[in-house]
Write a protein that binds this ligand. Structure first.
Ligand code: C5P
Length: 272
């Protein structure tokens, strides 16, 4: 039995540029990953199977179109593998939360089965296979801070080292579907991401559309900003999870303690 960590994805910035003819959007984003995530484990078996448990397993899709199983089938087909696997996912990442949980799990499946089946493919080759599974799956294969353009899968290094930065994730326990948030974007292009701009000057262009669907997101952003300790407060992905970055663990934990009376989901973690 071997295991893979499936780190949650956060967007330190997410700039929308244009709506494309294929229904997707060209965007620019700084992706980062947290210590917090799901755990996928597996062993060789006849056929493919997936069992789920964990605090957010009930909200996850356990059917045949689960992204973990789709990733496994895609890798088996590409590698000509007839061996199966018995997979087990311990799900902690909130579902439909802007944290890329399903994408992280699919990417973890590619990495795990790459080892379990003795393929030894480089991550780049796994990432190339990941695009059809979802726009965020290729970056999740690397699970390292990256700049993404196009659908989010045209990846480049990000020149600033943010590893170790303390993060507080806050979700007001409302699920937000990605498609309607993209559809609610006002289609005004406010410009791209430049590496020399301070993170604070960058944006998440999905915020207004997400707040229109779930106004409580504005309360989360205001509560995170209120303490004044955070160096950055931003919604992640299409929401509803918001993130705050802190100069040190004490400041992060003080912010978490301040919010502990709410019924929101709080997760103190750090960027990996
Ligand atoms: O690729 P994925 O299945 O994760 O995307 C979910 C939905 O998010 C898409 O169906 C599309 O509506 C939207 N999306 C988009 N532009 C992107 C990424 C996702 O419009 N770059």
């Amino acid at each position: 039995m071997i295991s893979e960590h499936a780190p949650a994805k956060i967007n330190l910035a997410l700039h929308l540029r244009r709506r494309r003819a294929d229904g997707y959007h060209d965007l620019e984003s700084i992706f980062a990953f947290t210590d917090f995530g799901d755990t996928l484990s597996g062993e060789v078996a006849d056929g493919l199977s997936l069992a789920l448990d964990g605090p957010t397993a009930a909200a996850a899709d356990v059917g045949d179109d689960n992204l973990v199983l789709r990733a496994a089938r895609a890798l088996a087909a590409a590698a000509g593998i007839a061996t199966g696997a018995r997979l087990h996912l311990h799900k902690r990442i909130p579902v439909a939360a802007g944290l890329g949980g399903g994408s992280a799990d699919a990417a973890a499946a590619l990495r795990l089965l790459n080892r379990l089946w003795g393929l030894d493919w480089p991550l780049e080759r796994l990432a190339a296979l990941a695009g059809p599974l979802g726009a965020d799956v290729p970056v999740c294969v690397f699970s390292q801070t990256r700049f993404g353009a196009g659908r989010g899968d045209d990846l480049a290094p990000w020149p600033h080292d943010v590893a170790g930065t303390p993060v507080l994730l806050v979700n007001p326990r409302v699920a937000v579907a990605t498609g309607p948030v993209f559809a609610g974007w006002d289609q005004i292009d406010h410009g791209g991401i430049t590496a020399d701009a301070p993170l604070r000057d960058l944006r998440n262009d999905m915020t207004a559309a997400a707040v229109a669907l779930q106004p409580v997101i504005a309360d989360v952003l205001a509560a995170l900003a209120a303490g004044g300790e955070a160096s950055l407060v931003r919604m992640s992905g299409s929401g509803a999870t918001c993130l705050a970055l802190y100069p040190d663990v004490a400041a992060r934990d003080a912010a978490a303690a301040r919010l502990a009376g709410s019924d929101w989901w709080l997760c103190p973690t750090r960027i990996i």
